[in-house]
Structure formats: structure tokens, C-alpha cells
Design a binder for this molecule. Structure first.
Ligand code: WTA
Length: 654
């Protein structure tokens, strides 16, 4: 098939086509009819308990749910270990020699670990952690590239009851330091480096910078990623090579029986303040939620080869690269590097060589593939695929249709899955064997999940737009913000009463009850599927000695969904030059990481403020979007915005 013409796309979109599940897909799907929704509605606790019963518990729970809004306890009294459910359970039985991880490094190196291999390595590393003084409840920071040792480290923590805090390898030294210090991690697992677009990212060097100011860290374990030429500083007594420690480690490690509500991990995510928050997930409910959604949404069958392209540094990797698929005994593909390295068909070559059947990626990637063109997809045989997924940001219908047609060969259902770090599991999604798809809609809440649209005041909207709320607890919901119980209540459960969770997303619901996600309504922006707080970027900018004030907004971007636009006023004596703009961009990269690099920086003498001194972000967004300006009557000085708009248009073409 050639690249579609605009007319063809227009046709597809104008039709408002819906896509019923292919009958042959439904015939052998995990869920074949929609009675599951009614079943879950009748008795949500029994519904979740059904999935909990498919996992292995060392003590069965007494009560499914104890809900004291907004505090939930799931599977109360139950004892369970996540690593046992992801590994031992499979390594004991017929899945013993099944591939658990099929990994490709960016330079082309490959490793396959069977369930038995993974079980042994995790047990051995669990013993290593114990030998370095890590005990149940201790926090362990993990700062690694996307290599098998990342999953091994997480599962080893889970095995001994240590709490992992994975920090995405693209974050800066300062971000790593702040995350380590916020949860007082005792040990850090890192690597000499990792590969990205043919370059080596010197992780240990970045970690060393962070480690200068992390008093809680007692030991550092360094994985050798396999490039001996990398000079790595090893601090005697503190730093240890992973491969050396593993040489002598025993492969026998009894799993710690964890209370269902014991902490499994902390994962930091951006919010509406300058400081990322540590989202806390516990063991039993999280495992049940990720197990059930992976099984039903990705329709997992024994022979599937499942590939979720997310980095494990984000929640998608936690739930849908590690815990969900491994709890299901699936074969998981992992790829370390960039999609366009060495050429723009890398993903398609991975699908072809490993026979990937289920593929889960982000709209940002899909839009980049569209731009690169179908000559790259056509070079490869993608006929093994049978199901596609999308996550992280709203998917525009054009991208959906392109994905369906050119990757899925018009054969594979596309599941657009809405969820968050806080929800831990997929919340709004089609079930591929039963749901009629609409390009751009995440369709319906997963069985047992209650979602609705509300007005600002809290009235329920049956058909129409508003704010997305979740009105019933779910097993893998966050249990708190690490070290800040008060913020948990205020941030998520205070707008409409203590039993209703505020997502921070805008959405609309159509006549068929389908949900259409519209993006964040708070000061969080979504750049290429990554959550970034505007306040974080502002704090990074004003940290520079030349900056007096900064206001950051998101503007639409063709590929990344949103881009970062910063409006900056400089201090007396500082010259607002192009060079300074570049310096400031680098400053943000150094403070946060490359994902937060502002796309536009506009210097201005004033920022538009209300008479009470509040920055009018809405106007700044309009300016950055090149839109006509809305109401400016509340401004202290309306001339400021007119000038700002003219300058922006001159600089960035409106
Ligand atoms: C957005 C990523 C539309 C949303 C799993 C949410 C989506 C935020 C979708 C959470 C989707 C995620 N359609 N928007 N299918 N999936 N989002 O915590 O704004 O990194 O609030 O979790 O991403 O981002 P987070």
C-alpha cells in the first residue's frame, strides 16, 4: 500500500467509521462477550477476587476491600510475593523453559532469558541486596538503561520486600538526587552507560554527581553494559560491580511473604507543584489489577510475543513490561534504544525477527512513524501482529487510522488505553474481542471501574464534556504520596468529596457511553507522552541567575502532542539574546533532563498579570498556540499581551 492520500484520510475520518471486532478474533479471545461488564457491576469485589484467585498467595485474604474514603485496603489479611507470582509460579511448571524476556540492545546484541533463568538471576540478586544490608521496607533506587538487569533489580527488591524507586535513565543528576533523598534510598543500582542513537549515555558519571549529596546511600551496584572502554569511577567500599557480586551469589532465596498492603514501589511523577511526588503502590491489589488488565486488554494467549515499547522508568513499563505480563507468564520483548537507530525501520525489524503478536506504543511514536512514511513499514513482514495498543496521550484519529491500516494491516484491533501513574493499571479501554472501536476514543471503563464526567461543581454529565472522575476504588490505585499523606487527600480526593478521585484530565462522553480524552486541565503538560509539570520547568528557569520570572505553558505540537513554551523576563543587566535562550534550555536539561527542554523561549519585559498579580496562563497558551486572544479585561496592563503576541509571532511564526 502506498502512503494514503489526504482524500483517503478525509474519507475515513468523515465516515466516523466504527470498527467492530473481527469475528475470528472474538472467536478465540479471552473475553468473547460483554456480559463481563454486568458481572463486574453486580459485585465488583467478587469480580476482583476472581482474578486474585488466579494468583498465588501464601495466605488468602480475609476481606477484598476495606474502603474508608479516601483510604483503601485491598485483599486485607492476604500474604503474597510479587516475584513469586512473576517467576517461581511459572519456573516450576510447563513455562520453565519459555522465554520470559527477549531483549535487544541498541547496537544489536541480544539476550533471551527463560522463566527459569530469570527466576535464578532474580534470586541471586536478591541475595546480593541482602548481603549489602538491604532489608524489608528499605528503599532501593534504580537508575539503569532498558536492559534485563532493570527488571531483575525490581523483582529482586520485590522478592525480599525492599521498595524500589526506578528513576528514568534520561533524568538529570539533580532529579536523581532529589528522588533518592525524598525517599532516603539505601542503595543505588546503576550502570556504566547505555546506548541511545549510537551514543553512550554515561549513567554512572551522572549518578556520581548525584551521589555527592545523597547521605542515605550506603552502597552502589554498577552493571557493566558491555563497553569496557568506558572509564568508570569506582569508589572503594561503596561501589561494586554487579557481575562480580553475582559470581558468588547463591541462586536460592526464600521470598518474603508480604502483606497485601506492604509497599511494592515508589514512582515519582510530575504534578502541579515544582516538586515531583512519589506515588506509592502496594503489593496485592497492584498485582491483581495489572494481572487482570494485561490478560483481558492484551488478550494474552500462551504463544503470544508481547512488546510494550515503554521505558521501565515510567509507569507503563512497571505495569505493562514487568509486573502485568510476567504475572501472566507471557514472553516479553524489550528493546534498549531509539526507534530510528540505525534506521527508521528498527521497530518493524524487531517485530519481524521476534514474531511479535501484541504491540503497545505511544501516539507520539505513531505520529513519527507516519511522518517517516510507509516505505519503512513495507520493508518488513508485520503479519505476526494481531493486536495493537496505544497509551500516554490522546491519539488523534489520523494517527489511529494510520496505525490500524499500515501497522495492523486492517486486521488488528487497536486498544487505546487511558490510565495514569496513580491508577497503576489501565482504566478506560476497549476489550479487543467485544468492543466496537472508534478512532480517537478510549471507549469504556474496564469492567469494575466507575468513571464519569463531571462539571466543575460536581454534577454528572451524561453526554458532553467536563472533568474526568473515578467514583469507586480499584485494586491498583495509589495508596499515597510518599511522605506527604495530606497532599494525597488534597490533591486527589478533595474536589467533590472524599470518595471521588480527581484525574486532572478533561474528557467527553458520547451518546454510546464512549469516553474521549481531551488532555490535562491542570498545570501538567504531556510532551511526547511524558508528564512534565510547568512549575518544575519554571523553577528550573528561575534557578538561572539571569532570570527574574518565568511562565511555562504547553502548546500543540504535530508529533509530540505538546511542546514546552517558556516566557521569561530577565534581571537588570542580563541581555536577552539568542545565546541566552540556548543557555536556558541547557539549564533546564541539566536541572531536570532532556525531556523537559523548552521548545520555545520568548523574552519579554513583562508577563501578563491580573490586577491581583496572578500570571494569566490562558493568554500565554493562546499566544503560544497562535490563537486569537481571549478576554483581556481583567489584566493589569492589556498592552503587555498585545506586544507579547506580536513578538511571539515574529519569533516563532505565531
Ligand atoms: C494522559 C501514563 C489520552 C492523561 C500511563 C493522563 C492519556 C496522563 C492516555 C498520565 C490515553 C494517558 N488517552 N490521554 N490513552 N493515557 N494519558 O502518569 O493526561 O505518565 O492523566 O501515565 O497521560 O500520565 P502518566
Amino acid at each position: 500500500m502506498a502512503d494514503p492520500t489526504h482524500a483517503e484520510f478525509d474519507d475515513l475520518l468523515r465516515e466516523h467509521r466504527t470498527f467492530a471486532p473481527p469475528p475470528d478474533f472474538t472467536a478465540r479471545a479471552v473475553v468473547r462477550d460483554d456480559s463481563i461488564y454486568a458481572e463486574a457491576e453486580r459485585d465488583p469485589d467478587a469480580f476482583w477476587a476472581r482474578f486474585a484467585g488466579e494468583l498465588e498467595w501464601s495466605r488468602r485474604w480475609d476481606t477484598v476491600l476495606d474502603w474508608q474514603p479516601p483510604h483503601a485496603k485491598w485483599f486485607v489479611g492476604g500474604k503474597i510475593n510479587a516475584s513469586v507470582n512473576c517467576l517461581d509460579r511459572h519456573a516450576r511448571g510447563p513455562r520453565r523453559n519459555k522465554a520470559a524476556l527477549i531483549w535487544e540492545g541498541e547496537p544489536g546484541d541480544r539476550r533471551t532469558l527463560t522463566y527459569f533463568d530469570l527466576f535464578r538471576q532474580v534470586s541471586a540478586f536478591a541475595n546480593v541486596l541482602k548481603s549489602l544490608g538491604v532489608r524489608k521496607g528499605d528503599r532501593v533506587a534504580i537508575y539503569l538503561p532498558l536492559i534485563p538487569e532493570l527488571a531483575i533489580s525490581m523483582l529482586a527488591c520485590a522478592r525480599i520486600g525492599a521498595v524500589h524507586s526506578v528513576v528514568f535513565g534520561g533524568f538529570s543528576a539533580e532529579s536523581l538526587r532529589d528522588r533518592i533523598n525524598d525517599s532516603k534510598c539505601k542503595l543505588l543500582v546503576t550502570a556504566d552507560g547505555g546506548f541511545r542513537r549510537g551514543q553512550i549515555v554515561a549513567l554512572k558519571q551522572v549518578a556520581d554527581e548525584a551521589l555527592a549529596d545523597t547521605p542515605s546511600i550506603e552502597n552502589v551496584v554498577v552493571v557493566q553494559r558491555g563497553h569496557a572502554e568506558m572509564p568508570v569511577h569506582i569508589e572503594e567500599g561503596r561501589d561494586h560491580w554487579y557481575h562480580r557480586l553475582m559470581q558468588d551469589a547463591s541462586y536460592k532465596c526464600d521470598p518474603e511473604p508480604m502483606d497485601a498492603e506492604d509497599m511494592l514501589y515508589i514512582l515519582y511523577t510530575s504534578g502541579t507543584t515544582g516538586k515531583p511526588k512519589g506515588i506509592v503502590h502496594t503489593t496485592g491489589g497492584y498485582l491483581v489489577g495489572t494481572y487482570a488488565t494485561t490478560k483481558l486488554v492484551f488478550d494474552l494467549h500462551e504463544e503470544d510475543v508481547y512488546w510494550c515499547t515503554a521505558d521501565i522508568g515510567w509507569v507503563t513499563g512497571h505495569s505493562y513490561v514487568v509486573y502485568g505480563p510476567l504475572a501472566n507468564g507471557a514472553t516479553v520483548v524489550m528493546y534498549e534504544g531509539a526507534p530510528d537507530w540505525p534506521k527508521k525501520d528498527r521497530f518493524w525489524s524487531i517485530i519481524e525477527t521476534h514474531g511479535v503478536t501484541v504491540f503497545y506504543t505511544a501516539p507520539t511514536a505513531i505520529r513519527a512513524f507516519m511522518r517517516w512514511g510507509v516505505e519503512w513499514t513495507q520493508k518488513r513482514d508485520l503479519s505476526s501482529l494481531r493486536l495493537l495498543g496505544s497509551v500516554g496521550e490522546p491519539i488523534n484519529p489520523e494517527a489511529w487510522v494510520w496505525y490500524y491500516r499500515f501497522i495492523g494491516g486492517e486486521r488488528c484491533p487497536v486498544v487505546d488505553t487511558w490510565w495514569q501513574t496513580e491508577t497503576g493499571m489501565i482504566m478506560i479501554t476497549p476489550l479487543p474481542g467485544v468492543t466496537t472501536l472508534k478512532p480517537g476514543s478510549a471507549t469504556r471503563p474496564f469492567p469494575g471501574i466507575a468513571a464519569e464526567i463531571r462539571t466543575e461543581r460536581g454534577d454528572k454529565v451524561e453526554v458532553g464534556g467536563g472533568l474526568l472522575a473515578l467514583t469507586r476504588p480499584w485494586p491498583s490505585m495509589l495508596r499515597g504520596i510518599y511522605g506527604d499523606p495530606e497532599r494525597y487527600v488534597r490533591q486527589y480526593w478533595s474536589k467533590w468529596g472524599s470518595g471521588v478521585y480527581v484525574t486532572g484530565d478533561g474528557a467527553k462522553r458520547d451518546e454510546d457511553g464512549c469516553f474521549w480524552l481531551l488532555g490535562r486541565v491542570d498545570d501538567v503538560i504531556n510532551v511526547a507522552g511524558h508528564r512534565i509539570g510547568t512549575m518544575e520547568v519554571e523553577s528550573a528557569l528561575v534557578d538561572h541567575p539571569g532570570v527574574a520570572e518565568a511562565a511555562v505553558v504547553g502548546r500543540s505540537h504535530e508529533i509530540k502532542g505538546q511542546a514546552i513554551a517558556a516566557f521569561v523576563t530577565v534581571k537588570e543587566g542580563t541581555h536577552a539574546t539568542k545565546d541566552l535562550a540556548d543557555v536556558l534550555k541547557e539549564h533546564v536539561v541539566k536541572k531536570i533532563g532532556a525531556i523537559a527542554r523548552p521548545d520555545d523561549i520568548l523574552f519579554t519585559a513583562d508577563l501578563p498579570k491580573t490586577r491581583s498579580g496572578k500570571i494569566m496562563r490562558r493568554l500565554l497558551r493562546d499566544i503560544a498556540e497562535g490563537k486569537a486572544l481571549g478576554d483581556t479585561t481583567t489584566l493589569a496592563d492589556p498592552a503587555v499581551v498585545a506586544k507579547l503576541k506580536a513578538n511571539y509571532e515574529e519569533e516563532y511564526g505565531g
